[in-house]
Structure formats: C-alpha cells, structure tokens
Design a protein around this ligand. Structure first.
Ligand SMILES: *Cc1c(COP(=O)(O)O)cnc(C)c1O
Length: 493
C-alpha cells in the first residue's frame, strides 16, 4: 500500500476555523437577541404549509457547508417555535429555559463527555448536582440519584427499584413470571400517565395499577386506598408500592404525603413520589409545608426542565437506599470493568444506576444555573408563580363571564367561559373552539383538560417570564373571544 492513502485523512472539523468562530459568535448573538425580544412576538402561530413541505426534502448527499445550513435554520426552524419560552405560554407543564442554561448546553456539547462512567470531571459535577438536589428538597443525604431525561424516566427508575426490591425472588434473573402472586401498586386517578407507562414497561400490566378515587380537592382518598390494599391482600395479590402525587398534572393537587408515608411504613410498601413539578415547591420556605412527607419517599421523581426552568431535557430520580438502586441496574461485563486507577477508574459510574450506558452532560446546565441564581432565587420565582395562579383565580372569580373549575392549591388554574343559558355540552364545545382561537391569535397559550366532564382552559404556570399583567391580558382575551363565539352561536340558531 502506498503512503499516499494516508496523506488525505478527512475530519468533520471546519476547514476554516476563523469562519466557524465568526458563525458561532453570530449564532450566540442571534439567539440572545431572540430570547431578549421574545415578549414582542406571538406566543405561537400555525406553521405555513410551504414550511412543513420543506421538511420533505431528500437526504443531503453533498455538503452545503455551515453557513447555508445556519441560514436554513434561520429561515425554516427558528420562526416556528412551540412558544414555551414566551411569557404567556402556560400549556401542559412546560418549562421556559434561560439564557445561561442555553449556553451551558453549548459548553456541555463542546466538551461532549460520556457521563456513563470513567474518571473525568463531568461525573463529579453530576454527583455534586445530585447532592444539591437532595439538600434543597430535604431528602436524606445518603440517598443515591441519577439525572435522567425527565419525570417519565425518573418514575420508571423509581418503580423499577420498587418492583425489584419488593419482589420475593430474583426478579432480574427470573422475570415477573416467577411471581406466585400478582404484584399490585396504588395511586390516585389523577396520577400522571407516565406512571401507567412505567407499570406497563415493567411487565406488571396496567391492571396492576389500582387507581384510587380522589376527594373534592383531587387528593387520593386514603380510606379507599387502605381498603383496596386490604382487599388485595386477601386475594392472590402482593401489594408492593404506593405512588403519591406532589402536584397532579390536572389541578396541582398534592396528596397527603405524610399519611401515605405512614401507610407505606405500616404496610411494608415502597413509597414513590411523583413530584415532577410540585416537589420544587419545597424550595420556597412558605410553600414547603405543602409537600411535607415527600422526603420520606423511598424514591422521588422530579423535573428540572419544568419548575426549575432549565432547558430540556433534565429530570432527576432519587432513591433512599443506594444499594437497592444499584442492584436494580448495575451490570458490568468485561468491557466495562471499573479499575482502581487510570481513565477507567473513579468511584462514580452512573450507568450502574439507570437504563442508559452512554449519557450526556445534563448536569452542567443544572450546576451552572444553580450557581448563577442561587437556590433562594428559584424559591422566590416558584412562589411568584403560585401567587400569579392565585391572582388569576381571583380575576376568574371576579368575572361574571368566567367560572373556576377546581381549587388552586399550587400553580394550576382550571376555568372556563360560561354563558348562562347553555348546557354543559354546548359550553364544552364553545370553550374548545375558544382555546383554538386563542392559540391562533398568538396572544396566550394555555392547554385544556376535563374536570368532572367539563372542558377546562388550563393554565399551568412554570414560567419565570410571566407578569401579573399577562394574566389580565389572558382574561380579557378569553372574555372577548367567548362573547364573540356566544354571539355567532346565537346568530346561527
Ligand atoms: C410532566 C409530568 C411527568 C412526566 O415528566 P416528563 O418530564 O414529561 O417526562 C410526570 N408526572 C407529572 C405530574 C408531570 O407533570
């Protein structure tokens, strides 16, 4: 072989670093301006058909270079966002992100470590972040943890450890088939769908998840829970876990976590808390009592990309019993053996605590954001969102045109436009159309849910950019659209 074959290796690095530097600086500049001016734009707008069609273009075989590629981004991607970074976005439970969070993700991608293991600094950053998370939520310091993609994965981690720990046999080796009794778990009807998904993935079947009724405040009915556990014990079932909610997705309800902890203790059940956003109420000294008892959970799931306003994706799973956590996931073939020294040394191998082997450097944005603002500031902004929810609830109650549909214990407000003489079905249709028109107007973006069969406009505030006047704008626009729609309905009759 001639040596000529080796003279022209190619790489994916730029031919011209100077050009790439200038382009990168422009990108940072453009995005900071984009964030600075977000309030001046519509929350959301429908994507034009031509733009959607652009994404049917064939696979690029030839290079078009970085600059034209960035132009395509500016033309076809950036102008059509979801809207969740806007101050008047309150749909589902969606976070807003921050400028430093964005830059931290860029730095993390630049370093591009694999945080599955080995002895390098990203593992220490994540370790520290997990320690800080435990401290800020008053969770036991000896607990283990893992940053994950979000609440869904954090619930899956917690419930996997619960299942494996409570099984009366080696579940990893023998599988759920070896179970002589049906393993059952319990949570309220308001429990998030990700819990059911986890139960299904764990091979338990969704029937194994006993959905318990709620009281008028949408909290789990403790009497019905205890009755269901007792009834299952009398049959061929093995109750093994209770899922408590710290902030339900529909109304922000928080179960009586202290009572659930006691029941689990007495009944020898695993206590898992889904605190996707609600757990973060613990950062505000005034709100902290609302989530009292969550620190007693055997496993706790929460998100940092929702009520900590960090860029997607980042959630966290904490498990009190480090050994149980490790035993559920650790698997070390020869090619992953940890050594005492060298690159393959180090004590922290996060791949032993979850599903992923290769893992990104999510921890950096958390680490930098916590340093940038300090935890107290997060507590204040979280409290501010709760106060805004109270303010909106009051605006709704003060308006003869609007009706509050559920209590507002946290940061979620469910309400609807009402027109006196209309029945529920008509009101549901009217509010459904109203919400679509509100979205299309680009003024504000709540989402919706059903509360006792009533179609509700649902405002979930995990937005550090919202101001009081934004809720006044929302109420004015809902009333205006509602009256307009009511008018068209009447005309048609
Ligand atoms: C959002 C949410 C989840 C799922 O979290 P993801 O980050 O979307 O995976 C689970 N539980 C509750 C209560 C939620 O609000």
């Amino acid at each position: 072989m001639s040596s000529e074959n080796f003279t022209k290796e190619q790489s994916l690095d730029p031919d011209d670093w100077q050009l790439m530097r200038a382009l990168g600086q422009r990108m940072v500049d453009d995005m900071l301006t984009y964030l600075e001016t977000v309030r001046d734009r519509h929350v959301w707008q429908p994507i034009p058909r031509e733009v959607k069609e652009y994404f049917n273009q064939p696979l690029p075989m030839e290079a078009q270079g970085p600059e034209r590629t960035y132009r395509d981004f500016l033309e076809y991607v950036l102008p059509h966002p979801m809207g969740n970074i806007h101050p008047r976005f309150w749909g589902w439970v969606i976070g807003t992100g921050t400028p430093l969070g964005m830059l931290a993700d860029m730095l993390a991608a630049g370093m591009n470590p694999n945080v599955g293991g080995a002895d390098h600094i990203a593992n220490y950053v994540e370790s520290q972040v997990l320690n800080w998370c435990k401290e800020m939520l008053a969770y036991p310091a000896e607990a283990s943890g893992l940053l994950v993609s979000g609440g869904s994965m954090a619930n899956l981690i917690g419930l996997t450890v619960a299942r494996n720990t409570k099984a009366e046999f080696d579940l990893r080796q023998q599988g759920i088939y070896a179970s002589s009794r049906k393993m059952t778990l319990y949570g309220s009807k308001e429990t998030h769908s990700s819990v059911q998904k986890a139960v299904e993935l764990l091979g338990l079947g969704s029937n194994a998840f006993r959905q318990i009724s709620v009281n008028k405040d949408f909290q789990i009915d403790l009497f019905e829970l205890e009755t269901a556990i007792a009834r299952d014990r009398e049959t061929d079932c093995q109750p093994f876990c209770v899922v408590g909610n710290a902030g339900t997705v529909n109304t922000g309800a928080i179960d009586d976590l202290e009572a659930l902890a006691q029941i689990c203790d007495r009944e020898n059940l695993w206590f898992h808390v889904d605190g996707a956003f609600g757990a973060l109420a613990g950062l505000s000294p005034k709100l902290r009592p609302l989530v009292g008892g969550m620190e007693k959970a055997d496993s706790l799931a929460f998100d940092l990309h929702k009520w900590m306003y960090m860029p997607y994706e980042v959630g966290c799973a904490l498990v009190q019993n480090e050994e149980a956590h490790r035993k559920a996931f650790a698997l070390t073939p020869d090619y992953l053996t940890h050594s005492d020294r060298g690159l393959a040394g180090g004590k922290i191998w996060f791949s032993d605590y979850g599903v992923q082997l290769s893992r990104g450097f999510r921890a950096l944005k958390v680490w930098m954001s916590l340093k940038e603002h300090g935890v107290q500031k997060y507590g204040k902004v979280i409290k501010q969102n709760v106060d805004q929810a109270q303010y909106l609830a009051k605006l709704v109650e003060d308006s003869a045109d609007l009706q509050l549909l559920a209590p507002v214990p946290l940061n979620i407000v469910c309400f609807r436009f009402i027109a006196d003489q209309h029945d529920n079905k008509t009101l549901n249709e009217l509010n459904k159309e109203l919400l679509i028109q509100l979205h299309e107007s680009g003024v504000a973006a709540p989402s919706y849910t059903l509360i006792n069969g009533r179609y509700a406009l649902r405002v979930a505030i995990t937005n550090h950019r919202s101001r009081r006047e934004d809720f006044e704008v929302l109420v004015d626009e809902v009333v205006r659209l509602g009256n307009k729609l009511k008018g068209t309905k009447t005309q048609r009759v």
